[in-house]
Write a protein that binds this ligand. Structure first.
Ligand code: NCD
Length: 314
């Protein structure tokens, strides 16, 4: 097997063949998830704890369903209601949970690097479900699976990532993954929403949608992440939609078979036209949600296998 990690903390730690290993296994889980009988045994007897220190709808639901479909005992910690609000540190909470012997810990946290830190303190496998603006590895993997299924390959594609790149862990993980798979990446958005040090990513940067979208195969839209902004990054949502919102007219500059993606949650009429988002001939947004469950099943399955191998060797 070509996936030997203890944790899934970021795409930056994965080699191209490890990414392919996860996607290939996820394909098998897509088939399982479409069957009437959806139960697998890969995580039977294992305990999975989901710790979400930031709000989440689809990612948390997706991890929960993935664990349950593979037979794990899944617990969702309500972090807002937890001892964190009483002043307990992240590490104390993690150590307390660690003492209950979980096998898989799924963590989302508003601070970049918090999940890596936690992984150093616990004995179980840790999966990063998004840390600040750093990484969101399972999102990039589910996006990759969606692209591979729609386009028949995951290399030599022109991919545009558009909007609030600066605040987006989704963009960062996707840039790393798509780069490792040898695609050409264009970042499109206002200069105020481009991260510092953008040059080192090796992407082409545009502040004009029509130019940037020219002949691309994939258009990935991002939400304006207001919760991570502390001031005037954009003049107004109206003006933003006019210049950077994806509608049929702007999409006409991309290849005729270009697909439209969005990680959700979407702001219709801010970064994307609602009708286009629902157009099943162009939009693969619902496929992304479906692939999310399969990718999380594959990721947890592979980490559990490695855990068993480590225990066997000890
Ligand atoms: C993203 C996230 O939380 O980083 N959402 C998700 O996981 N589906 C993107 C976002 O919040 O805009």
């Amino acid at each position: 097997m070509t996936f030997t990690h203890r944790h899934l903390l970021g795409i930056e730690h994965l080699r191209a063949e490890e990414i392919v290993t996860i996607l290939d296994l996820a394909e098998e889980y897509v088939t399982l998830n479409r069957a009437a009988e959806k139960h697998g045994e890969a995580l039977a007897g294992l305990t999975q704890i989901n710790m979400f220190f930031e709000n989440s709808t689809r990612t948390q639901a997706s991890f929960e369903l993935a664990g349950k479909r593979l037979g794990a005992d899944v617990m969702n910690m309500a972090m807002q209601a937890s001892s964190i609000t009483k002043g307990e540190t992240l590490i104390d909470t993690a150590m307390t949970l660690n003492a209950m012997h979980p096998d898989l810990l799924v963590v989302r946290h508003p601070h970049s690097g918090a999940v890596d830190l936690l992984a150093q303190k616990v004995n179980c496998a840790v999966l990063n479900a998004g840390d600040g603006r750093h990484e969101h590895p399972t999102q990039a993997l589910l996006d990759a699976l969606t692209i591979r299924r729609a386009k028949g390959r995951l290399h030599r594609l022109n991919v545009a990532i558009c909007g609030d790149i600066a605040h987006s862990r989704v963009a960062r993980s996707n840039i790393i993954l798509l780069g490792k798979m040898e695609n050409r990446i264009r970042l499109i958005g206002p200069p105020t929403l481009m991260p510092a040090g953008i040059a080192e990513f090796g992407c082409e940067v545009y502040d004009d949608m029509e130019q940037g979208l020219q002949d691309v195969d994939v258009v990935m839209m991002l939400r304006l992440q207001r919760e991570r902004m502390d001031g005037g990054f954009i003049p107004s949502e109206r003006e933003y939609y006019h210049r950077y919102g994806l509608d049929a007219e702007k999409l006409a500059h991309a290849k005729p078979d270009a697909i439209v993606m969005h990680p959700g949650p979407m702001n219709r009429g801010v970064e994307i036209d609602g009708t286009l988002a629902d157009d099943i001939n162009r939009s693969v947004i619902q496929d992304q949600v479906e692939m999310g469950v399969a990718v999380r099943m594959a990721s947890m399955d592979l980490l559990a296998r490695n855990q068993r191998a480590l225990r066997g060797a000890a």
